[in-house]
Design a protein around this ligand. Structure first.
Ligand SMILES: C[S@@+](CC[C@H](N)C(=O)[O-])C[C@H]1O[C@@H](n2cnc3c(N)ncnc32)[C@H](O)[C@@H]1O
Length: 239
């Protein structure tokens, strides 16, 4: 499938959610924040939010596994002259390593957390990249009622739309996951009601001090989750 068609389908199916995601998250970040956007996609958001990114002097590192999306992302960065503020990397979060001496004020999962096979391993990994006082931001559609129909349908939408929507996120399970990991919810914003009692939500969570790297507790977090081996960079920065 051509890059153009793939990007058009993507825009058609998730433009609404993308707009709400970046509208809320970019407005939430204080000026000069350093942000890691996990699953930055094709950056159509730049069209709407480039003045905000520039005015706030945000530094954004975007990672994604899809080189077609990143190629369009690169075009958008260039078109809106954001080369000094948005840096993109063709890398999975499971392999990415932040540039030397870089730590983040915010790590944003912009509709990506439900796509990971081992969410626990990803969480353990990214916590090491936060500055002290740094926060995780999850933007996702959350469902209130469990449904076998949804569980069946959602992972299959990729075949109809080319966009991977991942598994269903249920509010109770997600909140349990945060609690088990001693992540304190400091903001939980309902942004829009969706079909099937789904809701776009922005959830900001802060790790307890005990969960930050370098503390005894952090080392023993969730021993059942396998630690991902560091591998040499497979992708790297996209110029
Ligand atoms: C639903 S899209 C959202 C894209 C963008 N944040 C937006 O709101 O328009 C999720 C993105 O996560 C990316 N992704 C999936 N698995 C990933 C992984 N393991 N590491 C990094 N990115 C990943 C996908 O390629 C996709 O671009």
């Amino acid at each position: 499938m051509s890059k153009l068609l793939r990007n058009r389908l993507y825009r058609f199916f998730i433009h609404d959610a993308t707009f709400y995601c970046y509208d809320n998250c970019l407005n939430y970040f204080p000026p000069q924040s350093v942000v890691l956007d996990v699953g930055i996609g094709n950056c159509t958001m730049i069209q709407d939010f480039h003045p905000l990114i520039s005015d706030k002097k945000l530094q954004i590192h975007g990672i994604d596994i899809n080189r077609h999306y990143l190629s369009q992302c690169g075009d958008m960065i260039h078109r809106f002259h954001l080369e000094n503020q948005i840096h993109i990397y063709h890398e999975a979060v499971e392999q990415f390593r932040p540039p030397a001496r870089c730590a983040y004020d915010f790590i944003l999962f912009s509709m990506s957390f439900m796509l990971f096979q081992n969410q626990q391993a990803v969480l353990n990994r990214v916590l090491k990249w936060l500055k002290p006082g740094g926060r995780l931001v999850f933007f996702q559609t959350m469902f209130l009622n469990h449904s076998r129909f949804l569980d069946f349908l959602k992972p299959k939408l990729v075949y109809l739309t080319t966009v991977n929507f991942g598994t269903v996120v249920y509010e109770d399970q997600f909140k349990d996951f945060l609690r088990q990991n001693e992540l304190r919810v400091i903001e939980d914003k309902m942004i829009k009601k969706e079909w099937y009692r789904g809701e776009y939500r922005m959830i900001v969570a802060s790790p307890s001090r005990a969960m930050m790297p370098g503390t005894a507790k952090a080392v023993s977090v969730q021993p059942s989750a396998p630690e991902i081996q560091e591998e040499p960079r497979s992708g790297g920065r996209v110029p």
